[in-house]
Write a new protein. Structure first.
Length: 325
């Protein structure tokens, strides 16, 4: 696979330098959408411009026009026109941040890298966020041919986060995440309130982007998508419960909304939580959201079962809750 950086058009460039160039797709890109391939190749080029050069036919695959959703095949020849990239300076990531994330790596092999994502760290850059997990990892592993997020965790959620190191692994894992049976996902949470009873399956469909008080929320709604979560109490406290949750589906904010729907919201949840309970935690110095992706099980050429330990702050809070019971 030939890797070529996007070309910056400038008056000083020769006519020859301004010509289109060709990239041959490798086996690792077989099955990838053409638009996603271009987004990865042309870093700094606005997404709108990438779709414009696709629509105009300036991008060709094997000398023919292709739609954005075309799936690449190994040895495809992709024609890429010279494009203007952003002049934005590369964001510097402090060495302390790089070192801290490197210490969170739980497992790595030729197919995947799994970290214990800290609470408060986004998985990727975005509005108001200069860098996230994926940008940090690419800085740590500049020699890696590929590092792509397999799934996402909310910024305030900690725990197992899987990054694919090859296209085949990414595609297989995406398929498993879409399947109810393909990926075994177990979370830990501290819930506000003493849970009533024992193990309970919450089967409540969820719908995204319901507007409440000017804020977009996920809500329980019969018109929504199927969502099932199995809540199993680990320890009961006077005014809280340590809970294990198994996800059978993977909807946005699923655990957080199901917990609030049951009347026992996730401790520290700023969106669906109990404001009074959260304030009590903050007054004692516990400011995070207590939701953690504890174990993940999946299969590639072998079985993977990865566990992310609970951090010290979580363990300290459990001790305090135990003393108060």
């Amino acid at each position: 696979m030939q890797y070529t950086q996007a070309l910056v058009i400038s008056p000083a460039m020769s006519d020859e330098a301004k010509k289109a160039y060709f990239i041959e797709a490798g086996a690792s890109h077989a099955g990838q959408r053409l638009d996603n391939f271009l987004l990865n190749q042309l870093k700094g080029v606005p997404k709108s411009h990438i779709y414009r050069i696709l629509r105009s036919g300036e991008v060709r695959v094997n000398k023919g026009r292709k739609k954005p959703n075309y799936r690449l095949e190994a040895t495809d020849q992709i024609r890429i026109p010279p494009v203007r990239v952003s002049d934005k300076q590369e964001i510097g990531i402090p060495d302390a941040v790089l070192g801290k994330l490197e210490q969170t790596i739980l497992f790595e092999d030729p197919h995947v890298l799994v970290i214990n994502k800290p609470a408060g760290l986004a998985v990727h850059s975005g509005s108001g966020i200069q860098y996230g997990v994926i940008e940090i990892l690419r800085k740590l592993r500049p020699e890696a041919d590929m590092l792509e997020l397999v799934h996402r965790l909310d910024r305030d959620t900690s725990g197992c986060l899987v990054i694919a190191k090859s296209r085949p692994a990414l595609m297989q894992l995406h398929e498993q995440f879409r399947s109810d049976e393909g990926m075994k996902k177990h979370y830990r949470a501290i819930l506000a309130g003493r849970w009533a009873g024992g193990e309970k399956l919450i089967d409540a469909p969820l719908i995204k982007n319901t507007l409440k008080g000017g804020e977009r929320m996920v809500t329980v709604d019969e018109a929504g998508k199927e969502a099932r979560s199995l809540f199993t109490p680990i320890e009961y406290y006077a005014n809280a419960t340590h809970m294990e949750i198994r996800l059978f589906t993977g909807r946005t904010h699923q655990i957080r909304v199901h917990a609030a729907h049951a009347g026992f919201p996730v401790a520290g949840d700023p969106k669906y939580g109990n404001t009074e309970f959260n304030q009590q935690l903050k007054s004692k110095g516990y400011k995070r959201m207590y939701l953690h992706a504890h174990t993940l099980g999946f299969k590639l050429d072998r079985e993977y079962n990865i566990t992310a330990p609970l951090d010290n702050e979580w363990q300290e809070l459990l001790k305090i809750l135990s003393l108060q019971s």
